[in-house]
Ligand binder design. Structure first.
Ligand SMILES: [Zn+2]
Length: 331
């Protein structure tokens, strides 16, 4: 039995080093809050970084061993997408992060695979860096936000991006950052994360499907983080909307449910009935193991959690824990 984790983040050492004595990393800064917690300062916004976010690859490997996780498909910390920055600055942070992930993969090829980050605010630059990730650095794809400064990913300016993604065979891992669409309604009770992440992901599914991206690019490999959010639970209503409203059908010849199996979904749904429902809705070959390491929202003992489930067969557990990702990523 193996386990391959598609949802494990990296706050790059180059950020920690550059900000060690109060310096900045391409305009990003770091400070400590009143409780002594490390805080990244991006623009005017402050984001708490957990102690593990500073760990070296060796410390990470020891933690993976204790959790029974064999491989991290390392993806960047989502607070550093930097789509709001000047393209040159954002590209510098992307390149440094991607180089560092590639170095981890080179150092421990049996334990790490990598996803990069690209400056999506400038599609041409994003494609160039995506190409570098895939052809020079040996990464498996990239992680991107559910929107680029408010623009969803089916908008016309992103069509060259999807074409390049498909041609390069890159996996795209969708993961929100900081503010979600829930933030404007209520930023209290941790709702922008606990509900907003799931709402953002359902909108990503729906906009790619209704917007025609999935029909234009049949070979895309897309993983929706956090179990695809509310996608599966809400798919019946999306189908009904497609049936009764012409505007829902303009670019999508098939009902949204026909596209469910075009995506992959990580297993971060927290309860066994929810995971069973996800498997029964999209098929077990579309569900992949993810943990959200190293944050407080991560699954606590992820491998044991899956292994202890009574409603999953041994074959289903193997598919989720490693077989699907081994096949998808050629590991
Ligand atoms: Zn995450």
């Amino acid at each position: 039995m193996r386990s391959i984790d598609i949802h494990a983040h990296l706050t790059p050492q180059c950020f920690w080093h550059a900000t060690e004595k109060g310096g900045d990393w391409h305009s990003l800064r770091r400070e400590q809050d009143v409780r002594g917690q490390e805080v990244a300062v991006v623009g005017g916004k402050r984001q708490i970084l957990p102690p593990k976010a500073r760990w070296t690859p060796e410390q990470r490997l020891a933690d993976m061993d204790s959790l029974g996780v064999d491989v991290h498909v390392v993806s960047p910390y989502v607070g550093f997408y930097n789509y709001q920055l000047d393209t040159k600055q954002a590209l510098a942070t992307s390149q440094a992060t991607n180089d560092e992930i590639a170095e981890m993969v080179r150092g421990w090829p049996q334990r790490f695979a990598g996803l990069g980050t690209v400056p999506m605010q400038d599609v041409k630059t994003a494609i160039d860096e995506l190409d570098r990730c895939m052809t020079k650095l040996g990464l498996k794809g990239i992680e991107i936000n559910d929107h680029v400064n408010g623009r969803t990913l089916e908008e016309p300016e992103f069509r060259p991006f999807w074409k390049a993604v498909e041609q390069l065979g890159a996996l795209v891992f969708f993961h929100q950052s900081g503010d979600t669409m829930v933030t404007a309604r209520s930023a209290r009770y941790h709702l922008p994360n606990s509900i907003g992440n799931l709402a953002d992901r359902a909108v990503t599914f729906a906009t790619l499907v209704h917007g025609g991206v999935m029909d234009a690019h049949p070979d895309l490999k897309i993983v929706l983080g956090h179990g695809g959010g509310y996608t599966c639970y809400g798919i019946g209503r999306m189908d009904h909307g497609w049936k009764v409203r012409a505007e829902a059908r303009v670019h999508a010849p098939n009902p949204p449910s026909a596209y469910l199996r075009r995506f992959y979904y990580d297993c971060i749904v927290y309860t066994e009935p929810a995971l069973r429902f996800l498997i029964d809705t999209v098929g077990v070959d579309r569900v992949v193991f993810g943990t959200d390491w190293p944050y407080d929202m991560a699954l606590d003992w992820p491998v044991s959690w899956i292994m202890a489930m009574e409603s999953l067969t041994p074959d289903e557990k193997d598919a989720i824990l490693w077989k699907n990702l081994e096949r998808l990523l050629n590991l």
